[in-house]
Design a protein around this ligand. Structure first.
Ligand code: NAD
Ligand code: 89V
Length: 344
């Protein structure tokens, strides 16, 4: 299989994980990098031995010589950089959150569609080993038809030291973290027809909400709760674990702290350790996220080579991003928000 060549835009905090993962991915390699900050460009270029370095994405795309771009910048630049890549007919991976607004996200899907290039949102949480294990239990039909779920991420971990911008935005936990949890809810229980949300800001040192509770109606008729918090001080800090409870017509499953998957089906109860691998370049507690970065990037390389759509394509991820918009609208109005009209 010919090696796909990629170019990474944005050499900040999280891009280092992506660069490590690209070194492990079979069938793809990064040949050029871009950051408007010369110091970040130097650090990442030197660390990963990348000779082609640019401070301007337009110049890098004009030079070309790669099969895709991996956009690892923060949200405000996602639309412009995606449209730039689409104008050069270069396939795009774009980090979450998709875009500042749903209208921007739709425009990005349209631009890539018109250019005939794939767009994948780097929504990696559904690729975590424990989340894939939950999906597998449901696919095997062991607990029957799910009718209720809870997807919970409650932590007091200091995310602000690594990502200071998270303290500065008017929106925080739903847009940054809840977006992952909502995507997991869709991945496990299917698409959502309506939701209702309540938010709070507990930490006085940040601008946005750091607690959210969201009630979801799924197309399948299942009901679920997505609850996320960065204001939770618990005996055991579980960052960055998503805990899951699913009740089905024939049994139930629980994904508990420490990556334990407990399944009760008609034959009894089993307990399995579904811990993520600790990749050689990874570090605890981030290893769960880091392994999923490798998994989604391998998925991209495989699907791009095969000409097949990705699991978190732009079209798919619009349905997750609509839940983010709906959650903020519901929290502001106190009303239940229907998802269909947002996607029309
Ligand atoms: P960061 O601020 O540390 O890094 C962003 C980098 O992009 C900076 O070095 C900046 O100079 C550069 N940049 C910005 N605009 C640019 C442009 N137009 N051209 C060239 N360079 C540009 O941010 P981060 O914490 O690395 O986050 C980046 C993205 O990754 C965010 O969208 C964030 O939500 C996401 N993220 C995802 C995960 C995950 O698990 N999927 C985890 C953390 C962060
Ligand atoms: O995944 C993310 O986007 C990160 C974190 C897990 C820290 O919320 O910002």
């Amino acid at each position: 299989m010919a090696e796909l060549k990629g170019a990474l835009i944005g050499c900040g905090f999280f891009a280092v994980n992506q660069m490590h993962a690209w070194r492990d991915v079979k069938g793809a390699e990064i040949v050029a990098i871009c950051d408007r900050d010369p110091e970040r460009l130097r650090i990442v270029g030197d660390q990963f031995g990348i000779a082609r370095r640019y401070q301007d994405a337009s110049a890098m795309l004009a030079d070309g010589g790669f099969d895709f771009v991996d956009i690892a910048t923060t949200v405000t630049s996602h639309r412009a950089l995606t449209e730039l890549a689409a104008a050069h007919r270069v396939p795009v991976i774009c980090q979450k959150p998709f875009a500042p607004t749903l209208a921007d996200a739709k425009a990005m899907v349209a631009a890539c569609g018109a250019a005939g290039v794939p767009l994948m949102i780097h929504e990696n949480f559904r690729w975590q080993t424990p989340i894939q294990a939950v999906r597998q239990v449901l696919d095997e039909g062991r607990i029957g038809t799910p009718f209720w779920g809870r997807f919970s991420f409650r932590s007091g971990f200091d995310v602000f030291s690594g990502q200071p911008y998270l303290a500065e935005g008017a929106r925080f936990i739903i847009e940054d973290l809840g977006i992952h949890t909502l995507d997991i809810a869709r991945f496990i229980l299917g698409d959502v027809t309506a939701l209702s949300a309540r938010t709070r800001r507990v930490n006085p040192a940040i601008k946005g909400e750091d607690v959210a509770t969201i009630l979801l109606d799924h197309e399948s008729s299942a009901t679920s709760i997505v609850d996320v918090s960065y204001a939770t001080r618990a005996e055991v800090e579980s960052f960055p674990e998503t805990l899951i409870e699913i009740d089905g017509t024939e049994g139930s499953l629980r994904l508990t702290q420490g990556y334990q998957l407990i399944v009760t089906d008609p034959r009894g109860t089993t307990r399995r350790d579904v811990s993520p691998a600790l990749l050689p370049w990874a570090e605890r507690p981030w290893h769960n996220i880091q392994e999923s970065v490798f998994a989604i990037q391998q998925h991209w390389a495989d699907r791009l080579a095969a000409g097949e759509e990705t699991s978190t394509s732009g079209t798919d991820n619009l349905k997750t991003f609509a839940l983010v918009e709906a959650a903020y609208a519901s929290a502001a109005s106190g009303q239940t928000v229907s998802i269909g009209p947002l996607l029309a």
